[in-house]
Structures are given as structure tokens and as C-alpha cells.
Design a protein around this ligand. Structure first.
Ligand code: ATP
Ligand code: MG
Length: 213
């Protein structure tokens, strides 16, 4: 039996065609089912539904053999103990720094300056600004980062941006790209050794499906 960790929403939706290519069909949809363990058409494969940011943890400890997680989540987690064989090219977006429309970011990030940054991505933000020699006071948030500069909680935010519509609607502008983000397949290293006969064909089918775009 192998266990694949996915999160609800876009990751589940965009992973479905890849599973299909590997001959794996879930017997229930996570949106309509309350079950956290979903059986598939294959007796030797099951899916578990976890929070997006928890996927690396389940795979790291071997509670799941495989998982799909955003590069944003993997960068925050550190990726220790995880084999990352494949960029799935799904859930694409960008990690950006954004500020209010009327904020002079260039002036605010001169070396030696101090900037207040609100984000859910503390590690990513810390590394980015350290690389620029800018001192930051990091403020941890769990969501709706766009609000922080509007009410004076922070000067800037570090967050994922896809279309930019949310920034625009809130009179914010993206001022720096930190990274291009997409979702990756992650594999528990011990699982790969012990269950290679089941896991390798899944990896191969995913790789083939990604290549065909
Ligand atoms: P939760 O909603 O449980 O707090 P989350 O917001 O991280 O978690 P999702 O919104 O489903 O969960 O995001 C899952 C992954 O999809 C993210 O880790 C990221 O890699 C990617 N992602 C997030 N927002 C976008 C977006 N607007 N466009 C494309 N991909 C995105
Ligand atoms: Mg979300």
C-alpha cells in the first residue's frame, strides 16, 4: 500500500490528471466527502487530505510515501529528508514583495534601513531581506496579508501573487519577485527504497504526463 498526501483545492484539482495518467482514480472527491483518507480504484494506493503546509511533514515522517507541495511550502519547511524528483508545473504563481501604491520602496530598502514586513512566509522573507542587507521586523500572519500595509501593521508584505487582482483591488503594488513557485512531487526516501516497485511506475507516469504538458 502507498499513501499520497494532497491538499484540497487547486493542488488536488491539478494533480487529478497526473494521477489519472498513472492509472489512479479517487473513489470520492475531497470537496464533497468529509473523509480524510480517500480510497482509489487501486487497492494498493490511497490518498490522504491534509493542510497544504502539512504535506512535507507527513511525507518526511513516512506517514505518506508521496506528496504534492508548493515550492513556497517546501522552502519554509526546509525540505529535510524529502526527495524532490519532479517539478509538476502546476499551481504556478510568484512569491513577491508588495507595498502600498503610494509607498516609496526604493527609498525604504537602502542598506541599513529597517522595514516592517508581514507574512506567512517567515523563512523566505528573512532570507530574502538578509540577502539585500535590509533589516526587517517580521510579523507573522496566517492569511489576508494584503490588509497589513493598509492599516499600518507593516510597510510591506511577502505573499504569493498570481494575477495581481487582489493587490490591485487593495491599492497595493508588487515591487520585487522573490521566486517563481510551482508544485513539486515529494517522496519519502525510505519509502522509495522499500516500495520502489509501486512508487517508481507512479513517478514515471507523472514525469511523462508533465512532459506532455
Ligand atoms: P490554507 O488555505 O490551508 O491556509 P493555502 O492557502 O496554502 O493553505 P492553497 O490556497 O490551496 O492553500 O494553496 C496551496 C498551494 O498552491 C500554495 O502552497 C501555493 O504553492 C499554490 N498557490 C497558492 N495561491 C496560488 C495562486 N493564487 N495561484 C496559483 N497557485 C497558488
Ligand atoms: Mg489559500
Amino acid at each position: 500500500m502507498i499513501t499520497i498526501a494532497l491538499s484540497k483545492g487547486r493542488i488536488f484539482e491539478e494533480t487529478l490528471p497526473l494521477l489519472q495518467a498513472a492509472g489512479i482514480t479517487p473513489l470520492e472527491a475531497p470537496e464533497s466527502s468529509r473523509k480524510l483518507i480517500l480510497p482509489t480504484n487501486r487497492g494498493d494506493v490511497r490518498l490522504i487530505i491534509v493542510r497544504a503546509s502539512d504535506v512535507p511533514t507527513y511525507v518526511q515522517y513516512g506517514a505518506a510515501d508521496l506528496g504534492v507541495a508548493g515550492k513556497d511550502v517546501l522552502d519554509e519547511h526546509g525540505g529535510g529528508g524529502l526527495y524532490q524528483p519532479l517539478d509538476l508545473n502546476i499551481a504556478r504563481c510568484r512569491m513577491m514583495v508588495a507595498v502600498r501604491d503610494d509607498f516609496d520602496y526604493e527609498a525604504a530598502v537602502r542598506p541599513g534601513a529597517r522595514l516592517r514586513v508581514a507574512t506567512k512566509y517567515l523563512q523566505t522573507a528573512r532570507e530574502h531581506f538578509a540577502g539585500k542587507g535590509v533589516h526587517v521586523d517580521l510579523i507573522k500572519l496566517y492569511g489576508s496579508m494584503e490588509l497589513a500595509p493598509l492599516v499600518g501593521l507593516s510597510d510591506a508584505i511577502v505573499d504569493l501573487v498570481s494575477s495581481g487582482a487582489t493587490l490591485k483591488a487593495n491599492h497595493l503594488k508588487a515591487v520585487e519577485e522573490i521566486a517563481q513557485i510551482s508544485s513539486r512531487l515529494v517522496v519519502n526516501q525510505a519509502s522509495l527504497k522499500l516500495k520502489r516497485n509501486v512508487i517508481q511506475p507512479v513517478l514515471d507516469a507523472f514525469a511523462q504526463a508533465v512532459k506532455q504538458g
